[in-house]
Design a protein around this ligand. Structure first.
Ligand SMILES: Cc1cc2nc3c(=O)[nH]c(=O)nc-3n(C[C@H](O)[C@H](O)[C@H](O)COP(=O)(O)OP(=O)(O)OC[C@H]3O[C@@H](n4cnc5c(N)ncnc54)[C@H](O)[C@@H]3O)c2cc1C
Length: 506
């Protein structure tokens, strides 16, 4: 009880570790409580979409992720493949295939490097809060106090339950068994049988991982009383046999797991000093592969706001903008997933819609719309302002002093100044001022020359929040000063932060 802790993060999955890192980047004292004594071997997510890849770049982690992953071309929706449309507004127009356990490892290493205190074998079982702080009760009977607590403890979140936040939506109606197992059957036979079964059962699959190991997914015969209990190998073999007529000689599982199709969204992402992020706030079937991405992006949105609140410079309502911005994004993902589930049906009606959508996706704008949604590069927060870039994240650009995403690594705000006339004044401790000549700058490595962002920004200046979303676009100092306090507090609000000079970066 002697620790001085600002934030307790309950759950050390991808969302929790990303949040812990974002908080540590800003000097917040954070403890992560993780129930599991060891990292789980179960691999759920298989990749990162473009916006998550961009976030890794914004934190200097891209090389590590690329080294362990493999890039795949973008394009497609609900299993309908189409080549991507031209001029997607990102420097990372690909899917990065990387198993979730590796993403978790890299994020945990990143958080540890920044000084996050990860406590394994620490299960949160109770919590209470008052206007000053939160107290977490652990399974071993110990207690821990902090000013805030964030539940990143997954779909069956204890924090959400204890806080009484509603989780409306559809319960699981179908369940699948998932595992990494050795298959002794010849690869060509496995391939042929899987292709045949998938004409009538799209939820069945077996993908090779090398050395005779396959990732197998098969519909379960019903709903398990407790989805947290892994199936047995016999159960999996029986289900494979039921569909394929053979179990391919499945043996020696590396791990087995099960998952369902529940689709739910928390009513609120905040209750007093307790917040929710990741699967604790939203669950949906894995079609489209967005859940982990959504959680990482929740953390990226929340981290700087929570830090600002703790450091005393957050403007009124900043922390509540987390729910306002991220809740609609999750609602959108849930809808997109429901649509994809429907499009998997082999019934004639959904198959007709599928054919129609496949035709529509030949139209570049339709294809682009879907890719921007799934990859999350099209997200626009409703934060007012008439300029088309306001509320959107700005893609990586080559600027005179360096790449934009490298310049954002400090985790601070950024004024991208193409006028040469603007100043961040006494917000310099919270906002970097970057002078850029503009469209004349030679672009290298970002592919940003002639991009949509370049064209739309033109000769204007842009004020970016620490998460890279555009808060203001314009040329006028007085107008800029009207917008700075909305995201960066009052001019004199940096009592807790160290000023780091006010000279622009050239
Ligand atoms: C089959 C499958 C495939 C998927 N594929 C993809 C994909 O390709 N792309 C994608 O983006 N998403 C995918 N997802 C979704 C993705 O796995 C989840 O969205 C992601 O794991 C959510 O991360 P999280 O950190 O919010 O929660 P979790 O990963 O569930 O982590 C929560 C953590 O909290 C811990 N915890 C729980 N309770 C407590 C407690 N009381 N005290 C302390 N710790 C606790 C748990 O041990 C766990 O480590 C897939 C999911 C499934 C099931």
């Amino acid at each position: 009880m002697n620790d001085v802790i600002d934030v307790i993060v309950a759950g050390g999955g991808p969302t929790g570790m990303m949040l812990a890192a974002e908080l540590r980047l800003r000097g917040v004292r954070v403890v992560v409580l993780e129930r599991d004594a060891e990292p789980s071997p179960v691999v759920r997510g298989l990749g990162l979409h473009a916006r998550s890849v961009e976030l890794m770049d914004q934190r200097g982690l891209l090389e590590r992720f690329l080294a362990l992953g493999r890039t795949y071309p973008l394009g497609g929706f609900a299993g309908i493949s189409k080549p991507p449309p031209p001029r997607l507004d990102t420097a990372h127009p690909y899917i990065l295939g990387i198993p979730q356990n590796l993403t978790e490892r890299l994020l945990a290493e990143h958080a540890a490097e920044l000084g996050a205190d990860l406590r394994r074998g620490a299960e949160l079982v109770g919590l209470s809060q008052d206007e000053h702080g939160v107290t977490a009760e652990l399974a071993d009977g110990s207690r821990l106090g902090a000013r805030y607590l964030v539940g990143c403890d997954g779909g069956r979140s204890t924090v959400r339950t204890l806080t009484g936040i509603g989780f409306p939506g559809e319960p699981a109606r179908v369940e699948w068994l998932l595992g990494e197992v050795y298959l002794t059957e010849a690869p060509e036979t496995i391939d042929a049988v899987v292709t045949e079964v998938r004409t009538t059962h799209k939820g069945f699959g077996a993908g090779p991982l090398g050395d005779g190991v396959y990732r197998v997914v098969a519909p379960a015969s019903g709903l398990a009383p407790d989805r947290g209990v892994a199936p047995t190998l016999d159960e999996l073999r029986q289900q494979i046999r039921g569909l394929a007529g053979t179990d391919f000689g499945a043996h020696s599982p590396r791990w087995l797991s099960r998952f369902g199709d529940a689709t739910r969204l928390a009513e609120s992402y905040r209750s007093g000093r307790v917040l929710l992020a990741g699967d604790a706030a939203h669950v949906h079937p894995p079609l489209g592969g967005q859940g982990l991405n959504l959680g990482i992006q929740d953390a990226f949105n929340l981290g700087w706001k929570l830090a600002a609140d703790l450091q005393g410079w957050a403007p009124a309502g900043l922390l509540d903008s987390y729910h306002r911005e991220r809740h609609p994004v999750a609602a959108d993902v849930l809808d997109l997933t429901r649509a994809q589930v429907l499009l998997q049906s082999v019934e004639p009606g959904p198959q007709s819609v599928r054919r129609l959508l496949a035709d529509l996706m030949d139209i570049d704008d339709v294809n682009r719309y879907l890719i921007e949604k799934v990859s999350a590069i099209g997200i626009r927060y409703d934060i007012g302002g008439g300029h088309p870039l306001v509320g959107r994240r700005l893609r990586d650009l080559q600027l005179a002093p360096g790449r934009l995403f490298e310049l954002l690594r400090s985790g601070r705000g950024l004024l991208l100044d193409r006028t040469g006339r603007l100043s961040v004044g006494s917000w310099a401790d919270r906002v970097d001022h970057v002078l850029d000549a503009g469209q004349g700058t030679e672009s290298q490595g970002t592919g940003s020359e002639g991009s949509e962002s370049e064209e739309v920004l033109g000769e204007d200046a842009a004020l970016l929040r620490p998460d890279g979303h555009v808060a203001w676009v314009g040329q006028d100092q007085a107008d800029l000063e009207r917008h700075l306090p909305t995201w960066f507090g009052r001019q004199d609000g940096a009592a807790h932060a160290q000023a780091e000079g006010g000279r622009p970066i050239r």
